[in-house]
Design a protein around this ligand. Sequence first.
Ligand SMILES: C[S@@+](CC[C@H](N)C(=O)[O-])C[C@H]1O[C@@H](n2cnc3c(N)ncnc32)[C@H](O)[C@@H]1O
Length: 255
Amino acid sequence: MSVRRIVSKAAARVRQMLEHLFRRRRGAARNQSQSEAEAAKSLALPDDLQDGRAWDRYWKAHLGHGFGPQLFDMFTDDCLLIEVMRRDHLRSVLCVGNGISIEPRALAAAGFSVVALDISAVANAVARQAPVSDDDIARIIGRRGHAEGGSVEFVTGDIMDPTVCKGPYDVIVERRTAQNYDDAGMATFLTALADRLATPGILVSHCHDGDWRPGSEPRHATRDWFRENKWVVWEGSLVAGPTRKHVAWLFTSTG
Ligand SMILES: C[S@@+](CC[C@H](N)C(=O)[O-])C[C@H]1O[C@@H](n2cnc3c(N)ncnc32)[C@H](O)[C@@H]1O
């Protein structure tokens, strides 16, 4: 065999090996980006917000990265709410779309009758059973918030179903849940809460504005609905007098 033929065969062989190597790399990169896309999808909000199993998958995916305050109750401080509830003799609370929050257990520790409702059975099981320390409770109700006589019940169901948790409740708390629905869904969701609110009663609506940047006003996604429906609105820490009828207590977090 001539030298030229040997060199050309060797070059072809090297070309083949390189092509094979790059094909494998491209395949691996494709597989990696596929699994990254799947992981990102399972962490995103479900397409159908009334699909309890999809929320189960959402919570499993989030909990796969650990259980901690980054996932729940980062902004929950009920000290002022408890003060107002005691002042106005409000006793029953519905925490809707509770997720894995320990707020219902904290409010029960503060002496209130609490029902926690979520469409995800997984979230409910975690919220009911997760180990909770005195410090965790104190972050929500304060060191001196404890009182006897409280209770908590966990219900799995859809707030849009009128047979679920009919109430009425003196206080209803929704955090970062109504805001995920489109305008029509949000209106149905908030109406379902209003229908379960006693008179007098407080509806706490907490919206998170993850897009907020310094220099602009944080957006509270449900505010317009309350204004359009002529609710008395308390904002942030502003509590204007005793609770006489339906009051929307709006809280915005950012970050
Ligand atoms: C974004 S998470 C917020 C959880 C918690 N409130 C928080 O701030 O960490 C929304 C929660 O609402 C629940 N949810 C959504 N739509 C619901 C509905 N129609 N009825 C009851 N729960 C609902 C979901 O299962 C989920 O746990």
